[in-house]
Write a protein that binds this ligand. Structure first.
Ligand code: ADE
Length: 254
């Protein structure tokens, strides 16, 4: 997976992505990240890439041409001579007006060879270049950030986890919260007794079937307690559904 990020703050992207698991994935060649500075495509000696909005109003708007030239630069890097059957390039504009990002979208994006992100700043970007190059408008939640960089980082991080080799345990991206509309069960590690709180005995039993049953039951209980909205889509047995209903009704396991 090659990530390209059109941004005014390439340092934000490079610094964050070079840490931790994504940093290791870059070094191992599983993913690549190229932050391209939109300001490098300014057409004036002051390197301005924004201007006043037509019609008036507060703030500045990013101009279409530097964004477009930045995009064209990335296109030439990706596909000097695209094959006939090349998939159209996915260009994701980060905006609170977009579709809210979720785990299914992360998995879907992970199937692409290349993903391009467009990070806006100021009051927005000239609509004409958005119409021209953007394929997806995505939000990471109902709040307004100062720019799209943090949102692009969130999406790249979540997508990277689905790229083979990025997580050392290849099933772990699937077997956890949201994978089947259930949250993950609680985890424990040593010591067995911490400040008077013991680890649930079943976890020490080494009984594989009982463990699997406990994990599943805890996932159902947790989802019912913390995210009952997810239960609608979850594939539950009749017994699990009754358990979930009781937990929702009484606020605890009954
Ligand atoms: N840019 C500003 N706020 C945003 C948000 N919530 N999601 C994505 N991009 C944004």
């Amino acid at each position: 997976m090659n990530f390209y990020v059109m941004t005014l703050f390439p340092g934000m992207i490079n610094n964050a992505m070079s840490e931790s698991i994504t940093g290791r994935a870059i070094k191992a060649g599983h993913i690549s990240v190229k932050a391209v500075n939109i300001r490098d495509f300014a057409d004036n000696k002051h390197n301005h890439i924004d201007d006043y909005p037509y019609g008036g109003g507060a703030g500045m708007v990013m101009q279409a041409e530097p964004v477009y030239m930045c995009y064209r630069h990335i296109c030439t890097q990706i596909q000097d001579s695209p094959p006939e059957d090349a998939k159209p390039l996915r260009v994701i504009y980060l905006t609170p007006q977009g579709r809210t990002f979720n785990q299914n979208m992360a998995e879907e994006y992970a199937h692409e060879d290349n993903l391009v992100f467009l990070c806006g700043h100021y009051e927005g970007i000239d609509e004409r270049v958005i119409e021209e190059i953007v394929t997806d408008q995505v939000s990471i939640g109902d709040y307004v950030l100062t720019g799209g960089e943090l949102a692009a980082l969130v999406i790249m991080d979540a997508v990277s986890r689905f790229i083979p080799g990025v997580l050392n345990n290849c099933i772990s991206a699937h077997k956890e919260s949201f994978s089947d509309s259930l949250l993950e069960y609680p985890q424990y590690t040593r010591p067995e007794n911490w400040r008077g709180k013991s680890v649930p005995p079943v976890l020490l039993s080494g009984h594989h079937r009982k463990l699997e049953e406990w994990y599943r039951r805890q996932s159902v209980i947790r989802t019912a307690l913390m995210r009952p909205d997810l239960l609608e889509k979850a594939d539950l047995t009749q017994e699990e559904r009754e358990l979930a209903d009781r937990v929702v009704k009484y606020g605890r396991e009954i």
